[in-house]
Design a protein around this ligand. Structure first.
Ligand code: ADP
Length: 289
């Protein structure tokens, strides 16, 4: 089965051929299946933003190809706008792009640009607002009257209203307080489950991606150094730490226990999992009952 998105030897160099030449992405090949939630992690400057901007045709690869449903997105450069509707992108701090007089109009903006109108547009806006957790009474307010978390969710709703086949979110929780982060992440996960859409989540928070992603891409210095199931990736914490990524603390703790002879599986990602595995071990050892 071929994936919804396939990257073939994808690469990007900024200002190629000038003294300011800078390689941002090197030779990335992989395939993403429809309906997957993919986490993309890597430290600042590893190439995450550049990579995802190539996936919706915002920047053109200097090497390799991006295939969407089997077709190179640059085969017909004039149609690149339609790719941006199919692969929706939420940039970092998207709330800075809110500019209409009402939240409703802001959410409607992209979908209207795609040609939606009337009832179809209205339905798209209301459904997107609901997915993003924007209450109906907020729709007629000015976006500037919303809280930080609400503004972020309104901006995301604007992309969801376009009903993209693939939704890419670049650091969606950056700058939010813990409560705002939780609300936003649960909304994204709910949207993904309900719609069975493909979602790519760029994050520097290992905890966030560990909890939700089906598979994780790890980038380091422009290269894809790992791409696998979340448990597999987190089962090699030493490798992650070597490239400057901090694994979830609970994963580190259970790894230390393993090293001390506790028979606990690798790649534990959540506190709940750790609790049940540690108690199961202690019961087996007759330490608790
Ligand atoms: P990340 O999203 O992981 O922080 P980026 O894709 O933003 O990584 O950056 C990858 C590399 O490309 C970095 O070295 C960065 O400095 C460089 N870079 C990013 N944007 C530009 C640009 N517009 N011009 C030149 N270099 C850039």
């Amino acid at each position: 089965m071929s994936g919804i998105l396939e990257l073939k030897n994808l690469g990007f160099v900024y200002s190629q051929g000038t003294p300011f030449e800078k390689r941002a992405v090197s030779d990335v090949s992989l395939s993403i299946n429809k309906g997957e939630l993919i986490g993309i992690i890597g430290h600042t400057g590893s190439g995450k933003s550049t990579l995802v901007q190539m996936l919706n045709g915002l920047i053109k690869p200097t090497e390799g190809e991006v295939l969407l449903n089997g077709k190179n997105i640059w085969d017909e450069p004039k149609k690149i706008r339609s790719v941006r509707f199919k692969v929706g992108m939420v940039f970092q701090y998207p709330e800075y792009q809110l500019f209409e007089e009402t939240v409703y109009k802001d959410i409607a903006f992209g979908a209207a640009n795609m040609g939606k109108s009337g009832d179809e547009l209205d339905q798209a806006v209301k459904s997107a607002a609901e997915f993003a957790g924007i209450k109906p009474e907020l729709l007629q307010k000015s976006p500037f009257d919303l809280s930080g978390g609400e503004k972020r969710r309104a901006a995301i709703a604007g992309v969801i209203a376009m009903n993209p086949e693939v939704l890419i979110l670049d650091e969606p929780t950056a700058g939010l307080d813990p409560m705002g982060r939780e609300v936003l992440l649960s909304r994204i996960v709910h949207y993904h489950k309900e719609k069975n859409n493909t979602v790519l989540l760029v994050s520097h928070s290992m905890e966030d991606v560990a909890r939700f992603a089906d598979r994780i891409m790890v980038l380091d210095d422009s290269r894809l150094v790992m791409f696998g199931k979340t448990k597999e990736v987190f089962s090699v914490p030493d490798k992650l730490e070597k490239i400057g990524l901090r694994v979830p603390q609970v994963t580190k703790l259970t790894q230390l226990l393993r090293q001390r002879g506790y028979d606990i599986p690798e790649g534990i990602l959540t506190v709940d999992e750790a609790f049940s595995e540690i108690t199961a071990f202690l019961k087996k050892e007759g330490k608790i009952w």
